[in-house]
Design a protein around this ligand. Sequence first.
Ligand SMILES: [Zn+2]
Ligand SMILES: [Zn+2]
Length: 394
Amino acid sequence: MTIDYVEQALNLREKLIARRRDFHRHPELAFEETRTASIVASTLSELGLEVQTGIGKTGVVGILEGDQPGPTVLVRADMDALPIREETGAAYASETPGKMHACGHDGHTSIALGVAELLTPLRDKIHGRVKFVFQPAEEIGKGANAMVADGVMNDPAPDVSVGLHLWNSLPIGSVGMAEGPIMAGALTFNITVRGKGGHAASPHFTIDPVVCAAQIVTAFQSIVSRNMDPFESAVISVTQINAGEAYNVIPQFAELKGTVRYFRKDVYELVTRRMKQITEHIAAAIECAAEIEFSPMTQPVVNNGHVRERLLPVFENIVGQGKIDSIRTMGAEDVGVFMNDVPGVYFFVGAKDQTADHYYPHHHPRFTIDEESLPLGLALLASAVAEYVLPQAD
Ligand SMILES: [Zn+2]
Ligand SMILES: [Zn+2]
């Protein structure tokens, strides 16, 4: 039995586009994806899948049970939009002011529904089952954990996990599937610097927390450049500085906030240890007191070598040799939660819009994709699942 997934996906092309445009018109923010979730649930139910709703608040799970025994493949798609006011001018632009699908999750939801539609008629030939996981709240990094807390990794527990992200900096026809860490772990930090306030004209009676905060920001710049192995990667970005309210008052406090990105646990440990040392010791050196708090957001997304090796020829069959890219990004994703204890692959599907006058990245108010990436994404994702549940020869 040989199935041409590209042809099958192209048969669903109009449906994929129409569905993606409908989701695009009606974007919903993290944990508010009720309309999207109900369309997902009813589509899966109509196909005859066993459906659970309200998993991780607004998440949906659908199980396509094959007639033969075999493994469980988890397919993950995220459903949430962003608090951005759309400026694309598209005919199917957001009808909700201040909300927009500016990351492509509308396409992911449409593609995963397409996988269910494409594979359901093959049920009698499927060995094992496909567990479709429609996740809420990816953009705030909380949806995957919420679904796991509601038991998504049990009954049945997946044996392998696959998912994709449409990627609009990658040309159509290219697939990003590097081995190992492909998306960064992320955390946020809050620093409070305490000094002693007073009159700006008499600094000698004060301990200035602004000067201390500035020195901490500057000293952080040496961690990546001087403490880290040059072959490793990390980002430390201070993104907020808050202190004082008047021209002539030295404030009591200064606050610094920002984010750290990393690929490896030892890099995470090095960076956070040095940030803590720098914060406390610079403060002590200029007689302030300072503390730093870290809050984890997401862990790195790590592609399993065996799964990647197995899917490489499958994908090359679809996009051709030399089209598998090895891009990595310091962007963060919570899909890693589904790939923690289960071998898996998360891949990027080229979706670059050649008609755009400029390049507008993910999360930009003019973010667009080439919708031909939808049938291509469907062919890739369906064939990845089939590699595990549909033996090639009958
Ligand atoms: Zn995003
Ligand atoms: Zn995204």
